[in-house]
Design a protein around this ligand. Structure first.
Ligand code: AMP
Length: 415
């Protein structure tokens, strides 16, 4: 018997996003999607650990910070549990329906969120070779939460899941099939939770059912990816085996001739790890101009900085190519939706990405594009053939929604 009494209406979901040295969390109420608490533990295991916790209705004017050493993820989750308990939102509350975990790689197996059991854990572990940075950290988060609340449903929500509907011709690389299959080399795609959320919200903005609309989603954050979504199903996306493929990103190169890597190995004498680091951490905007923050790049361009201007142009050129490519993949595009840090905030990026694409029915209204807001909004002129929109993403809400849809007792409460 569970030591925790079942509430008549357990409507809260705790969302955990466990990184290699960090733990992000949000506690949401699924009756209205409101955020009861949110926070971040960083530098777990280091002397300079830090926990920042906010709870709008909580004690201490809603915000607390801790800076003592937090030794490991178990201690981090205990610390989070203490903070939540302090605000009377503890993990032992009967109102907590489930814990939803962000898991980066679900491979071929997971096309939907799943309730975690030993088999699921083993499968996530089996995928570590294709997600060596992320899946181990995600696993630690799940195991820790399970140990703390073994009776509570733990749900894994995969970043790759939304892209599992991609047809084989979009998912396969044109390499030897036996080699590809032996090593599970194919295009998986990432940021799936965001693409799922934003494509659905875009349909809502258009007053349509997701099954009726074709959307290109441009998730432009520090990591960046595009997706082509036809009638609510992903048919192509720009990230591949790893998040390195596709758009120019903050620190990643995106698409590159694979022979560049042979050249770096044979001619430049770099090791595989060095090449990995170069393409993932020292390329993209940071490699091109030394900055990966779009605000700083725009400031430098305004001051006449040529390197920053070229970096911006390369970033936009790639973006346009993907808009064109996905217009061809979809045939009919009802909307292009910009999201994430750059997509939601950088009006210049949106304007430049769409400039000259009138042939695709795309245009941006300058006044609408300049509006700053946290709400989904249309920025194309009235009557445009294709709607251009800004649709703020909310991956935590989407994880909570999918978690609750799977295990919530009172599904009528779902937002
Ligand atoms: P994300 O990964 O979605 O958190 O996005 C982070 C990125 O968004 C930063 O690296 C910036 O380049 C960009 N960003 C955030 N705020 C702004 C802003 N106000 N204007 C332009 N870019 C922004």
């Amino acid at each position: 018997m569970s030591p925790y009494p079942k509430a008549e209406h357990a409507t809260r979901v705790l969302v955990l996003n466990s990184g290699s040295s960090s733990l992000k969390y949000q506690l949401l109420d699924m009756r209205d999607g409101s955020r009861l608490a949110a926070g971040l533990v960083e530098r777990i295991g280091e002397k300079t650990s830090r926990l920042v916790h906010t709870a709008p209705t909580g004690a201490d004017e809603g915000r607390r910070e801790r800076t003592d050493r937090i030794a490991d993820h178990a201690k981090a989750l205990e610390a989070v549990a203490d903070e939540l308990a302090h605000d009377e939102l503890g993990l032992d509350s009967p109102e907590l329906a489930a814990i939803g975990h962000r898991v980066v790689h679900g491979g071929l197996k997971f096309s939907e969120p799943v309730v975690v059991d030993d088999g699921v854990l083993a499968e996530i572990e089996r995928l570590v070779p294709v997600a060596p940075l992320h899946n181990p950290a995600n696993l630690i988060g799940i195991r820790t939460a399970r140990a703390l609340r073994p009776d509570l449903p733990q749900v894994a929500v995969f970043d790759t899941a939304f892209h599992r509907t991609m047809p084989e011709h979009a998912a396969r690389y044109a390499i030897d099939t036996a080699t590809a299959d032996a090593h599970r080399i194919r295009r998986y795609g990432f940021h799936g939770t965001s693409h799922a959320y934003v494509s659905r919200r875009t349909a809502e903005l258009l007053g349509k059912d997701p099954s009726e609309v074709n959307v290109i989603v441009l998730h432009l954050g520090n990591g960046a990816s595009a997706s082509a979504v036809a009638g609510g199903r992903c048919v192509d996306t720009s990230m591949g085996l790893t998040p390195l493929e596709g758009l120019v990103m903050g620190t990643r190169s995106g698409d590159i001739d694979p022979a560049v890597t042979f050249h770096l190995r044979r001619v430049a004498g770099m090791s595989v790890d060095e090449i990995d680091e170069l393409l993932n951490k020292k390329s993209g905007l940071v490699g091109l101009c030394g900055d990966n923050d779009m605000r700083e790049i725009r400031r430098r361009i305004d001051a006449g900085d040529e390197r920053a201007r070229l970096a911006f142009s390369i970033y936009i050129h790639r973006l346009k190519k993907y808009i064109g490519a996905y217009s061809a993949v979809l045939g009919r595009v009802d909307a292009v939706a910009f999201t994430a840090g750059v997509g939601e905030n950088a009006a210049e990026v949106r304007e430049a990405a769409v400039a000259g694409l009138e042939v695709f029915g795309l245009a941006v209204d300058a006044q609408r594009n300049a509006v700053r807001s946290g709400e989904p909004r249309i920025i194309s002129p009235d009557g445009a053939r294709t709607v251009v929109a800004v649709v703020p993403t909310d991956e935590e809400l989407e994880i909570a929604r999918q978690t609750f849809a799977l295990v919530g007792e009172d599904r009528t409460a779902i937002v």
